[in-house]
Design a protein. Structure first.
Length: 238
């Protein structure tokens, strides 16, 4: 037998011996711990988001129904101009010069917004998603949503069931670029809506519709406000 054949045979035996050390384990360096942790965190985050938002495809459960009961209805709107609709509902309209478009990475940072609820200003880097919420997202995330042209509708969680059911129906009838959230800002309004317009540059103008008392007429005002201000943020994102 030639020397090269002998060397080849020895090399093959050594390779086979090395393969036998794995015992079915993943090869060294292929650590799956990070991927497992990522998968678990993603699942947790998705479940948390689902628990805090209304799911309209099926019955979302008793906790959601306690805050935003199903079965509500929205009165027919006449298509009034915003100023007329707000006056008829006993609501006030206010505008605020845009303060800042800077981001903060600190969720605990206290930001002095010029209005409650806020209409513009420094905000978190990640906006709140378009949804109906049973617990309020961080207001700094909601302000970022306003910058993206969203309209945020705020309500007091102690409103009568019928009122909260109607607000849920209002959201579900036209959820495009709209968020519905309990108002935990300390405002004096039972129902309000906010938006952030892009003009004048660079920081735009904050808009507020504030209704101290809930009546069915607020829906005419809310619809007019949304129609006028939706999609007009300083950073328009579809």
């Amino acid at each position: 037998m030639r020397l090269t054949s002998i060397l080849g045979l020895l090399l093959a035996l050594l390779v086979l011996a090395g393969c036998g050390d794995t015992d079915g384990k993943i090869a060294e360096g292929a650590d799956t711990t990070d991927q497992t942790a990522t998968d678990e965190q993603t699942a947790t985050d998705e479940q948390t988001a689902t628990d805090e938002q209304v799911t309209t495809d099926e019955d979302p459960g008793p906790e959601v129904n306690d805050v935003l009961p199903p079965g509500g209805s929205v009165p027919d709107v006449e298509g009034l101009a915003l100023e007329e609709a707000a006056g008829a509902a006993g609501c006030e309209l206010m505008s605020f010069k845009g303060k800042s478009r800077l981001h903060t990475g600190d969720e605990d940072e206290a930001i002095d917004y010029p209005s409650s609820p806020p209409t513009s200003g420094k905000h978190l880097a990640i906006p709140a998603e378009d949804a109906a919420y049973i617990s309020a997202p961080d207001e700094k995330a909601l302000v970022h949503s306003l910058e993206h042209g969203r309209v945020v509708v705020w309500f007091k969680a102690d409103l009568p069931d019928e009122a909260r059911a109607s607000l849920r129906a209002f959201y579900e009838d036209d959820p495009l670029q709209t968020l519905l959230t309990p108002d935990e800002t300390g405002s004096d309004y039972e129902v309000s809506a906010t938006a952030w317009n892009r003009d004048p540059q660079p920081n735009g103008t904050g808009r507020l519709l504030g209704c101290e008392s809930y009546t069915p007429k607020v829906f005419e005002a809310l619809e007019a406000f949304r129609k006028k201000h939706r999609g007009r943020g300083p950073e328009a994102i579809p």
